[in-house]
Design a protein around this ligand. Structure first.
Ligand code: PMV
Length: 304
């Protein structure tokens, strides 16, 4: 038999990096997904469409080690195929979506009966191979979908809100492990400074959550909090010239707010605004990714 499943990517609206240190974060699943097909095999292998990897799982590549951990967790040898609608290494949660879709397909194929919480837990174990010390926010939102607050493994669903979100991709791949270890280094060297920044981010998340929960959230207020969060991420030295350029262009074009999203160092930014903001991002060299919020998390797919 062959089984197929998919899982969504995500956008961190508030709290990335600080979430690794226990601060809550606000995240949503997006409409772009990763699809995994799994079939039993004598020896596990991975086919990865968008970057043309076709390999047994015993190479040195991080991606191969990542899936090797996955087949270790399910205790079955499998032929895995991944197809992605999400740019890889862009801060949109591709590795968590890969892990969750693989685990869901494997669960169907091998009758493992993995529930959503178990999928998020195993996906977190797989993420440790590529990310070092992940907070768990990416697998939590990819597995559950929707709009959530995440803090130290605890998920609080938030009211689904139709925010006019625009994702701008710098086109530059980056490594979560690198920026997360940069913040860890900064935290070791200047704990007072980073501690203060984490508290300020915590306060931003608290205010943003309260506003998002309103019957008609004030976009101006949410936007200002996003821009302030970006400034604090700049202080943590995880932004980049490309990200700052897209954030600046979005704000100049009248966005309510804008910030980098995810680990930073490249990857994506997110702005709150209309078509003129999308235009400004494109004119500044960004690639606009059209995608709304996805209510659905990991799910089984029919084989076509
Ligand atoms: O890997 P990304 O870009 O999706 O970002 C992960 C979010 C971080 O807060 C930077 C790291 C983490 O594990 O929470």
């Amino acid at each position: 038999m062959v089984s197929k499943a998919s899982a969504p990517g995500k956008l961190i609206l508030f709290g990335e990096h600080a979430v690794v240190y226990g601060v809550p974060s606000i995240v949503c699943a997006i409409g772009k997904r990763i699809f995994a097909t799994v079939e039993p095999a004598k020896k596990s292998s991975l086919e990865f469409d968008s970057i043309s990897i076709s390999s047994p799982l015993d190479g040195e590549l991080e991606l191969l080690k990542f899936f090797k951990r996955g087949v270790g967790l399910i205790g079955k040898e499998a032929k895995i195929r991944i197809d992605s609608q999400i740019p890889i290494g862009a801060g949109l949660g591709s590795s968590a979506a890969m892990a969750c879709s693989f685990l869901k397909a494997a669960s169907a194929e091998f009758g493992l009966n993995l529930g959503t919480a178990q999928i998020a837990e195993y996906a977190l174990e797989m993420e440790k191979i590529v990310h070092g010390t992940p907070s768990g926010v990416d697998p939590a939102v990819s597995a559950n979908g929707g709009f959530i607050e995440f803090q130290k493994g605890v998920i609080t669903p938030l009211k689904p809100t139709n925010l006019p979100l625009i994702i701008g991709y710098t086109g530059k791949e980056r490594s979560t492990k690198q920026t997360v270890s940069h913040v860890a280094e900064l935290h070791r060297e200047k704990p007072e400074m980073t501690g203060k920044i984490f508290s300020q981010i915590h306060e931003i998340v608290r205010k943003a959550k309260a506003e998002i929960q309103q019957a008609s959230p004030d976009l101006g207020k949410i936007g200002k909090l996003m821009t302030r969060n970006h400034e604090l991420l700049q202080k943590l030295e995880v932004s980049s010239a490309e990200l700052d350029k897209l954030v600046g262009a979005a704000l100049e074009a009248g966005a309510h707010g804008a910030k980098l999203t995810g680990a930073g160092g490249g990857g994506c930014m997110v702005a709150l605004g209309g078509p003129e903001v999308s235009e400004a991002i494109k004119n500044s060299g960004g690639i606009v990714i059209e995608s709304g919020i996805s209510k659905e998390g990991v799910r089984d797919e029919r084989l076509s």
